[in-house]
Design a protein around this ligand. Structure first.
Ligand SMILES: [Ca+2]
Ligand SMILES: [Ca+2]
Length: 266
């Protein structure tokens, strides 16, 4: 029987197939996806739906935008994180650091201008997110208007975003790690509500009608005001939609503006 098939090797053969199949089915980390630094989330390159077809004038039209990959903070920058930067660099203390309503170590830093936010980001080796990066990280690619999905998907009570009033457990700012249930598809917390977040771009009401398809950076500056996104603890639930665009002078500091940062991904 030279070269013939040995019946006795059949069980071994099937066993081998079983092992190979099992190994192929094991969950594996996505090929080549970089591990984010602590407290950050990896956002892969690709398209998403930006803006809203039936939103406010400056949110229209809904359009497809492609961003490169980046890392973005899972949370808004906290007082503890910002004060570390102040102590290390001698940068001016943010306002409200003596106000017990806002100075908890886990509460988001407020009382920071756009320039302060950029200085902190540079200290960390990054920058503020562009509007496009912020919105992609906040809503994913299915066009949703709230990070968790439909407006009332989580029920009547607001335990998924910090908006106006105390039904959500907080009269002013909530800890940056609160509201896990309101996380965005990429896992970001408090993109809707808590504090408005400074973005890199100058504001232009009609920008979406002419913005580029790839990595839009906002209109050429210098302009009058910088973009803020996501709404805050003084807005209602409609005011914290991920498509809402606010803007203000980059020097302004108040108790409803904070930020999160972006780091370059390899
Ligand atoms: Ca509240
Ligand atoms: Ca926010």
């Amino acid at each position: 029987m030279a070269g013939g098939f040995k019946l006795s090797s059949l069980p071994a053969f099937f066993f081998h197939c079983l092992i190979v199949t099992f190994l192929l089915l094991l969950p594996r980390p996505a090929m080549g996806e970089p591990v984010p630094p602590e407290g950050m989330v990896y956002i892969p390159e690709g398209y998403f739906q930006m803006g809203a077809s039936q939103g406010r004038e400056d949110e229209r039209p809904m359009h497809f935008v492609h961003t490169s990959a980046f890392f973005i903070g899972k949370h808004e920058v906290s007082n503890a994180e910002y004060m570390e930067f102040v102590q290390a660099t001698g940068h001016a203390k943010p306002e409200y650091q003596d106000n017990p309503d806002f100075n908890g170590p886990d509460q988001p830093v407020v009382g920071v201008s756009w320039h302060d936010a950029m200085a902190y980001a540079a200290y960390k080796g990054g920058r503020l997110p562009t509007e496009a990066e912020w919105e992609k990280a906040a809503r994913g690619n299915d066009g949703r208007l709230w990070p968790w999905g439909e407006k009332w998907a989580k029920g009547f009570f607001f335990y998924f975003a910090n908006v106006f009033g105390t039904d959500d457990n907080f009269a002013r700012t909530a800890p940056v790690t609160y509201y896990e249930s309101g996380a965005s598809p990429f896992g970001l917390l408090n993109v809707a509500g808590n504090v408005w977040e400074w973005c890199l771009d100058w504001y232009d009401e009609g920008y979406y009608r002419t913005s580029p398809e790839f990595d839009p950076q906002g209109p050429e500056g210098p302009g009058q005001s910088k973009v803020l996104r996501g709404g805050s603890w003084v807005n209602d639930l409609d005011g914290v939609q991920v498509v809402r665009r606010a803007h203000n002078d980059p020097q302004v500091k108040n108790d409803i503006y904070g930020f999160r940062i972006v780091l370059p991904a390899p």
